[in-house]
Design a protein around this ligand. Structure first.
Ligand code: BTN
Length: 327
């Protein structure tokens, strides 16, 4: 009820009468009044004028379930949504939900992570009140487990699209899925899979976005940045989460049509910051250089070697660096 009232007030940007809200949601005047009061307690500035109704004058910087739901227009993503003040890791929380049968599209977001996880066993820091940590449970029926890593590329694309929509900044992707601005990382994704009898039981796709963080530890200062650092102002985290979920849902649906990236390769390559640049491929026990020539429908990076041959590099344990730095 709260998020429905909020959605109407936000959309109208003017007074909405109590009677109209009662009629629209088929509830009593008291129920509307209670909903409005709860929103005020949550920090929403709502003006109430006799015979005119209610008007939304200001919103807190909130990523609560009510705020997200009031702004979300997805078909299935985040139908079930958990917004937590603090958690060890949204991926771990989502995995527990998935083990207990959480439906496809269940989303967990958190204001703070105390044990956020990065790729290759690294940690990922999400201090309270500044960044975005979002994990989604997906159950891609009939997708072969070896194709699961392709989902990670969808998350990178969704972050880039959301950033463009909400801030106007043109983010790119460093293969396979780090989202970058001005050569520095703003977002990464950790995809975790559970298998059952050789097929995917569920995947948890967890994405962290440096939104309003301004201080980075010394060892990250050359390679990491945030939207606020690049923009010079705070970004609307709830708006970014909604845009990300919408974009992810769209890309996921397109991916599942053929269970590969063929419908997305072109869009992905427009975002690929490594495109036609020299890269160093770091495979366990094997290191080589070449020129990145895009990706194929399986999400492999196509690396042209000195002799003109093309090597297909699979995401996973491989990492790719620019010759002169991170990108
Ligand atoms: C990387 O190393 O680039 C991947 C970082 C992934 C971080 C996100 S934040 C939300 C989700 N929860 C986690 O513990 N990790 C992912």
């Amino acid at each position: 009820m709260k998020s429905s009232i909020l959605a109407v007030l936000r959309e109208r940007q003017d007074f909405v009468s109590g009677q109209e809200l009662c009629d629209q949601f088929q509830v009593s005047r008291t129920a509307v009044w209670k909903g409005i009061n709860q929103l005020k307690e949550d920090g929403y500035d709502i003006e109430a004028v006799p015979r005119k109704g209610y008007r939304l004058c200001g919103s807190p910087d909130s990523i609560s379930e009510v705020e997200i739901r009031s702004r979300l227009h997805t078909a299935w993503a985040a139908d079930t949504l958990y917004s937590l003040a603090t958690v060890d890791s949204t991926n771990d929380y989502a995995k527990k939900l998935a083990e207990d049968g959480a439906e496809h599209g269940t989303v967990v977001i958190a204001d703070e992570q105390t044990k956020g996880k990065g790729r290759r066993g690294r940690t990922w820091v999400t201090p309270a009140g500044s960044n975005i940590a979002v994990s989604m449970v997906v159950r891609p029926s009939e997708l072969k487990p070896e194709k699961a890593s392709m989902m990670t590329l969808l998350a990178g694309m969704a972050v880039a699209k959301a950033v463009q929509e909400v801030t106007g900044l043109s983010a790119g992707i460093k293969w396979p899925n780090d989202t970058v601005l001005n050569g520095k990382k703003i977002s990464g994704t950790l995809t975790e899979m559970s298998m059952e009898l050789g097929s995917i039981h569920y995947l948890v796709i967890g994405t962290g976005i440096n939104a309003n963080e301004t201080r980075f530890p010394e060892e990250l200062q050359q390679t990491a940045t945030s939207l606020k650092c690049e923009l010079g102002r705070d970004v609307d985290r709830a708006g970014l989460i909604c845009a990300y979920l919408q974009a992810f849902e769209d890309y996921y649906d397109r991916f599942m049509e053929y269970q590969d990236l063929r419908l997305l390769v072109e869009d992905y390559q427009h975002l690929l910051v490594n495109m036609d640049r020299e890269v160093k491929v770091l495979e366990p026990g094997n290191e080589y250089c070449g020129t990145a020539r895009g990706i194929n429908a399986a999400g492999c990076l196509l690396v042209e070697r000195e002799d003109g041959s093309i090597t297909e590099v699979y995401a996973g344990e491989v990492s790719v660096r620019g010759i002169y730095g991170y990108v």
